[in-house]
Write a protein that binds this ligand. Sequence first.
Ligand SMILES: *Cc1c(COP(=O)(O)O)cnc(C)c1O
Length: 372
Amino acid sequence: MKLFEFAPQYIRAIHPYQPGKPISELVRDLGLEKNSVIKLASNENPLGTSPLALEAMSTALNEIARYPDGSGYELKNALAEHYAVSVDQIVLGNGSNDVLELAARIFLKPGTAAVYSQHAFAIYPLLAQALGAQGISVPARRYGHDLVAMLNAITPETRVVFIANPNNPTGTLCDPSDLQRFVERVPQNILVILDEAYDEYLPEANKANSIAWLKKFPNLLITRTFSKAYGLAGIRVGFALTHPELADLMNRIRQPFNVNSLGLIGALAALKDTEFVRRAYELNRAGMTEIINGLRQLGVEFIPSYGNFITLRIRGDEINTAKAYQNLLKQGVIVRPLGVYEMPHHLRVTIGLKPENQRFLIALEQVIADSA
Ligand SMILES: *Cc1c(COP(=O)(O)O)cnc(C)c1O
């Protein structure tokens, strides 16, 4: 046998995750001017990064010859205080994708299964597949999680259930009491992973009191990230809040220095910059209204969203949607096509700065005119 043939079939069958097109790639491919391109494809923070975090990280640049603090002592203590949990309930990661993977690796292997919703974050099926577990995709209800159907989809082999709330790319949100009832009903020997990457963008009234649930449900794991509202996607810091026993297992299998030193310092400063997060929240609310009003004027259908992005439907068939995506690229506007999410008629656009939102809407108007 050849070396690569020893790789399990379930790994060889993986289609790699497709990230949003980087600006540099579009500049290379289409010969566009770098400054003329706007990227609204990866739900990044259009305000950039917290100035406090930037300053802390530039000071810390002098220290990067040294290994980071592998225990993340200061950041974990700050998070423990911020979220009123104990330090031993926190696991830091190289982005929240890292902690999602750590949890999955503990419980998933061939012969087990993971349950997630159709149209949910693409990392969940990818993790199940990479670990040789069965992925059980539960049909969505009006693009959102059908929690009753998800409960019914649990099999004896199921070890993990993934929930993204709000979900990416649909922007849908579970009702907090429905979600609580769901967590109550999942057998306690099955892990519920609640991915709250967009929590900071939710109005208080829509937030589930999920961190308080940790006291009642030892099988609950909540993930959060510094990649979105905190504006630190490039430096890769996320974390999980869970039962200390599970946190301990995750800490055993993580890389000893899975969060880099600039990330530790940047996240610590960003956590304290509540003013920056508030600005990001306000900008997103205003931008969401601008985009929704614009879409309505253009007669474009969309899925109401609780995130910092919105998913819209292009009229006609899948080919029209692919053409619309390309047409937007040619106009220097990068959005996200959703074919891998079983949504080949939709495009996802991140809420940007006011001029970016306006440019997107003008470009979309052009797309509609070109296809008429
Ligand atoms: C963006 C996103 C994340 C964040 O991933 P990081 O690894 O923390 O950058 C996690 N979950 C969902 C659903 C997301 O959309």
